[in-house]
Structure formats: C-alpha cells, structure tokens
Design a protein around this ligand. Structure first.
Ligand SMILES: C[S@@+](CC[C@H](N)C(=O)[O-])C[C@H]1O[C@@H](n2cnc3c(N)ncnc32)[C@H](O)[C@@H]1O
Length: 377
C-alpha cells in the first residue's frame, strides 16, 4: 500500500460526522426522538421531588436530533410551575463534536426556538466525554436518563467480521462473539445507570435492535441496507481498489439486540441488574418509516411532478453516510486522508447510483426496541 499515515483518529471510528452534518441529515432519528416526548415527560413527572433535577442524554452526538424533544419537555415543566433548577448532561465519546452541541444549545447554530438553555431560566447544560459503559455522575443524583440510537455500539469489537461489514450478516460464530460482548456491555450500562439514578429515577432507552419479525434498520422488507453496504465494499476489494485487510477492518462496532437479549437482565431476579434495584416498567418495538423515502413517494403523487430517482438517492445516501462513514474511513486509515476519502466517496457513489438506477425497495426505516426502567425506591 502506498502513502503515509493519515492521522485519522482511530477513536473516531464510532463518531458521527461532525459540524452539524449528523443532525442536519438525520431527520429520521429526530422523528424517533420526538415520538418519545410524552414518555419522557410522563416519566419525569413521576420521579421524586428532588431539590434540583438532573437529566442526561447518553450518546447525544451533536444534540441536534433531541433538542426539540428536550425543549418541549422543559418548557412544559416551566409552564406547569416547576421552577427547580435543571442540570442537563449530554454524554458522548471524547471524539464527539461537543463544540457544535454547545453552540446549538446557546442558540448560535440551528433553530433558536429549540435553544432551551437560552430560552429558559435555571437550565444548565454540560457535556461529558466519557463512554456510557462507565458511571458518569455521582451516585443517586440522576432523575432521568435518556438514550436514543446509541447503545447498540459495543465497547469494543470482539473480532473483525470476515464476510460482512455488520453482525447482522456475519457468520454464526462471529455473531455469537458480538452477542456475548453486547450482553456484558448491557450489564455495565445498566449497573452504571443504577448507581447514577436517584431511587425512583428513570432510564428510557430507544435502541436499534431486531424486532420480533426479524426487522432492523434498513431491513424492513425492501432492499437490505447492510447487504448493500457489504456488496459495494466487497466490490472495491474485488476490483483491487482496497486490500483484503481493509475490507475486513470495515466492521461496524455494533450489535443489534433482540428483545429477549434486552430483557434478560430484568427477567432474572438474581441478575446483578435486578439486584441493583432496576425494574422494567415497559418495553416495546417501534418502526419509524424512512422520511426520505416518504418524501420521494409523496412527490410521485404530486400534481407538479415527482422527484427524480437521482434526487431521492441524493437525500437517502447522506443520511446513511452521517453515521456509517467513519467505519469506512477508519478501515482506510493507513492511507493518506485524501486518498481514503476518494475511495469512500466512490463507495457511497456506487450506492447512490444503484438507487438512482432503480429506487424500488430502497429506504432506511428505523427499528427501535424501547425499554423504560425504574430504580426501585
Ligand atoms: C447514531 S448516533 C445517535 C445520536 C442521537 N442520540 C440520536 O438519536 O440522533 C450514536 C451516538 O452514540 C455515540 N456513542 C457510541 N458509543 C458510545 C459510548 N460508548 N459512549 C457514549 N457515546 C457513544 C456516538 O459517538 C454517536 O454520537
């Protein structure tokens, strides 16, 4: 392989594309979080009447997808006469673009109507750059924790995948290694929240997973998104554009749990999680349709004429790219940055061309498994 090291940060492998790219192109994730508004508001209303309220948004990226939800919840709190001071802790990895997050919250970026830190009195926004597998705040101090679309990331890859980019298409042995890692991680996540929550506090988690019908992100009956990623990445290998090692290194550090996997710690009264006082209040799966597909379909029925398939592809691929790009750039981190980016551009271009040639069945519907957990008082 030619070229020098690029300086691409290996820690960035899990991060979203920064500078607002993530939330600007991720309308679907925002829609998912907006559907959680009522659940978060109702749960918060039942947490104990502590002197101050502490909230956390785990794996928040640039904060852009959840801030409408938080703005609504906190504005309602004030409108209902609850003037307790509120501390909001946004957590993500150290490599996250916290700068964009802070600018948004202070009203310098994005829609100022959602800049609740600025718009409401007594609301203090903090950032925490330590991963959510660890305890992130003092014992018994958190009223309500929330996380969306983040805890499917495992703390480390148990192995590289040899024949696919994602565990959903991996060999049975490789899937089993990811399942085991995810089970250990879930216990760590829940034990950390058990320590942080006040008795009576709540943790609401909207997480990617596999529903009872076997559906998951980008695989809800149409063209299978992860197989398409794999096909185009493999294609670059087969034509000698990337090496066999680079093909394998593009392994998503993710595990999509089933509902049984999610609920296992709660179903066993002897588990460390149950013993730590966490109790499941409810669970459900939610399918959120791809907004880019919906807009395309709606345009086809419009009197003034529809979007072209190319225009649709140009909206769909960036939303996929916003969260997946770092997997592919990191796989190429032994190359100069511009060379790596040219290959990654080619990869997403191939996906775009496929959609533009025949858009049938292409979409990125979201499938979330939701758990609402309480720390027993
Ligand atoms: C797909 S984004 C979701 C962002 C936002 N919560 C949403 O729903 O739109 C996943 C986020 O999880 C973060 N993440 C992954 N592993 C993490 C970890 N161990 N601790 C904290 N954040 C993590 C990533 O950096 C990324 O910002």
């Amino acid at each position: 392989m030619t070229g020098s090291k690029t300086g691409l940060n290996p820690a960035a492998v899990l991060s979203m594309v920064g500078q607002g790219y993530y939330s600007e192109r991720t309308a679907g994730a925002r829609n998912v979080i907006n559907t959680a508004t009522e659940m978060v508001r109702d749960a918060l209303a039942t947490t104990p009447a502590t002197d101050r309220i502490r909230l956390a948004d785990y794996g928040a990226a640039d904060g852009g997808t959840s801030r409408t939800m938080w703005s609504i919840v906190l504005t309602e709190l004030r409108n209902n006469g609850d003037n307790r001071q509120v501390e909001m802790i946004y957590t993500d990895l150290a490599s996250n673009d916290f700068s964009t997050l802070f600018r948004m919250m202070q009203g310098f970026d994005g829609d100022p109507a959602d800049a609740y830190q600025k718009n409401l009195d007594g609301v203090f926004v903090h950032g925490c750059g330590t991963g959510f597998h660890d305890q992130l705040m003092a014992d018994n101090s958190l009223n309500l924790g929330f996380s969306a679309t983040a805890m499917h990331y495992v703390s480390s890859k148990p192995c590289e995948l040899t024949s696919h980019v994602h565990m959903v298409g991996a060999t049975l042995d490789e899937q089993s290694a990811f399942r085991q890692q995810a089970a250990q991680d879930l216990e760590r996540i829940l034990l950390a929240r058990a320590a942080e929550l006040v008795p009576g506090g709540r943790f609401i988690c909207f997480n990617f997973g596999i529903d009872d019908d076997g559906r998951f992100l980008g695989n809800t009956g149409g063209v299978h998104m992860f197989n398409t990623f794999d096909k185009h990445w493999r294609g670059l290998r087969d034509k000698g554009r990337i090496s066999a090692e680079e093909y394998t290194r593009a392994t998503f550090t993710q595990h999509y749990r089933t509902m049984d996997e999610f609920l296992a710690p709660f179903n066993d009264p002897q588990s460390a999680v149950s013993q730590a006082g966490l109790v499941l209040k409810s669970s459900k799966s939610v399918l959120t349709p791809c907004p880019y597909r919906a807009a395309y379909d709606a345009s086809l029925g419009a009197a003034e004429g529809g979007m072209s398939a190319r225009d649709f592809a140009k909206t769909l691929i960036p939303t996929m790219r916003s969260w997946s790009e770092t997997v592919f750039t990191t796989a190429l981190d032994q190359r100069p940055k511009d060379e790596a980016m040219a290959i990654v551009d080619e990869f997403y271009q191939a996906y775009e061309d496929e959609v533009a040639a025949n858009p049938d069945g292409h979409a990125m519907d979201y499938v979330h498994l939701v758990i609402d957990v309480e720390k027993s008082a």
